[in-house]
Design a protein around this ligand. Structure first.
Ligand SMILES: Cc1ncc(COP(=O)(O)O)c(C=O)c1O
Length: 482
């Protein structure tokens, strides 16, 4: 380009700026980038001066204070910190995936599209569903996407339904998502066995019911064994059954929710397919649906045309995008790598091991920490401090704090809300028997110590850099600055 052409281009930019005709604007882009002289520094900023040693030692010390899966057993129930195998990272770092430009044309992205297509097909097969989107960035984001799909479905049928039924054993994000979407939530209590009472459910179902949101297994770690009857009852009034399938690690390879009557469900890649937990994003979720909901899925999905893969933008019935491009592709590559590392039989072992590990912990502890449910659990168990501990004024929080001194991250505590003083333990499928035995021994030792000298537990933790925090104040008045 010669200098005359350059000038012409610049002039055409100037001319195209509305209302600026005749004004002497040099280059609008450059003008916006420059800092006005009045705002420019007159003196150099005073930055802290430290030696490299000081900085390195400071951050190394801090990193050692961190409790992580690489250093500690993490029996956190529900949201679950899990195995993140190194081979997942290697797969996601392959240049073909990591170096792909987000705006690359389909023809330059065939490998990634093939992966997404194959992953989608395998997930549909495992869930017993017809189609899937991998766009959502997390579990909660999947719920949001699922309810958008449900809304579009009822709008297309010109049905005005305003209620979502959520049992009290559901994950907390379920009622939150329903309210956020403008539905009114109908909360129904679980029965004494931790399950939804079908007769009670039927009393709440009606023409206003849009969706029944069922967490399976629920947050008590219990499988809704009446799920087929539950689905029939919901369908009888024209409602959809949404399954929060975040806990699919307890079902994979054993149960296909679609075969039980579920209309749509979500998966959390971090809970079943060993990716890091994004905590609302940047993780990855998915919504798998039956045929009647397929047209409303977000776009694009991936379709196969002959031997090539292409973006499928669907039609006007799609709810559109919920995340840029195809979702968090790097996370999806990790999840896919984990899936391919297992044969079909081994995928079933994921579920079998998660159930066996949780029941092992439960059965070795329930003589002193009574279990909420008298039945076997699925992937997690809910225990409580025993009556002898309660008589000494010992609470769940005291157990959780003292466990830190034994080198264990605390389990989830005070959730689910429906169990008083709950201790929710998810050992996960990837922990060894030895680790579980050490944890069980620590739980038993904590109880013995507490009975002998309750103050030891009340003052715990004793070995952490900070002692008991005022958690209420921390939640209400967070000090987020140094
Ligand atoms: C049962 C269940 N549903 C929903 C969620 C929310 O998922 P996320 O934290 O990815 O938003 C979780 C958390 O892992 C969960 O355990």
């Amino acid at each position: 380009m010669n200098s005359a052409q350059k000038t012409d281009n610049r002039l055409s930019i100037e001319k195209s700026v509305p209302g600026r005709r005749g004004l002497k604007v040099k280059n609008p882009l450059r003008a916006r980038a420059s800092v006005p002289p009045g705002l420019k520094r007159k003196t150099a900023p005073r930055l802290p001066e430290l030696s490299e040693f000081d900085v390195v030692r400071h951050f190394t010390r801090l990193s050692r204070l961190n409790i992580s899966l690489d250093t500690h057993f993490y029996p956190l129930g529900s949201c679950t910190m899990k195995y993140n195998p190194r081979f997942n990272e290697e797969a996601a770092a392959l240049t073909g995936f990591a170096g792909l430009h987000p705006l690359a044309h389909d023809s330059s992205a065939q490998g990634t599209l093939e992966l997404l297509h194959d992953f989608s097909a395998r997930l549909c097969e495992l869930c017993g569903m017809d189609a899937i989107t991998l766009q959502p960035a997390a579990g909660a984001h999947s719920e949001f996407t699922g309810l958008l799909v449900a809304k579009a479905y009822f709008e297309a049928k010109k049905e005005n339904r305003s209620e979502i039924i959520v049992p009290d054993s559901a994950h907390g994000t379920n009622p939150a998502t329903a309210s956020m979407m403008g539905f009114s939530t109908v909360n129904i209590p679980s029965g004494a066995d931790g399950r939804l009472n079908v007769e009670d459910l039927k009393r709440h179902l009606g023409p206003k019911t849009a969706v029944l949101m069922l967490t399976v297994p629920n947050t008590l770690g219990i499988f809704e064994s009446n799920i087929e009857e539950i689905c029939r009852a919901a369908h009888a009034v024209g409602a959809l059954v949404y399954m929060d399938g975040a806990n699919f690690n307890a079902l994979i390879g054993l149960v296909k929710p679609g075969d039980l009557g579920v209309d749509l469900m979500h998966l959390n890649m971090h809970k079943t397919f060993s990716t890091p937990h994004g905590g609302g994003g940047p993780g990855a979720g998915a919504i798998a649906v039956k045929k009647h909901l397929t047209p409303h899925l977000p776009a694009p999905t991936v379709k196969k045309e002959g031997t090539a893969y292409a973006s499928n933008f669907g039609d006007a019935r799609s709810i559109g995008k919920v995340k840029a491009f195809f979702g968090n592709t790097a996370v999806l590559v990790k999840a896919y790598a984990y899936m391919l590392a297992h044969s079909a039989e081994e995928l079933g072992d994921i579920a079998r091991c998660s159930i066996i590990n949780a029941n092992y912990v439960r059965s070795r502890l329930m003589d002193i920490y009574p279990s909420y449910s008298k039945e076997y659990c699925m992937h997690e168990c809910v225990l409580t401090p025993g009556p002898d501990m309660t008589a000494k004024g010992l609470k769940t929080l005291d157990v959780a704090k003292r466990l830190l001194d034994y080198g264990f991250h605390a389990p989830t505590v005070y959730f689910p809300l429906i169990v008083h003083e709950s201790i929710m333990i998810e050992p996960t499928e990837t922990e060894s028997r030895e680790t579980l035995d050490e944890f069980i021994a620590a739980m038993r030792a904590v109880r013995d110590e507490g009975l002998a000298d309750p103050q030891t537990l009340k003052d715990a933790p004793h070995t952490m850099p900070v002692k008991r925090l005022d958690e209420v104040q921390a939640a209400r008045q967070p000090n987020l600055r140094w």
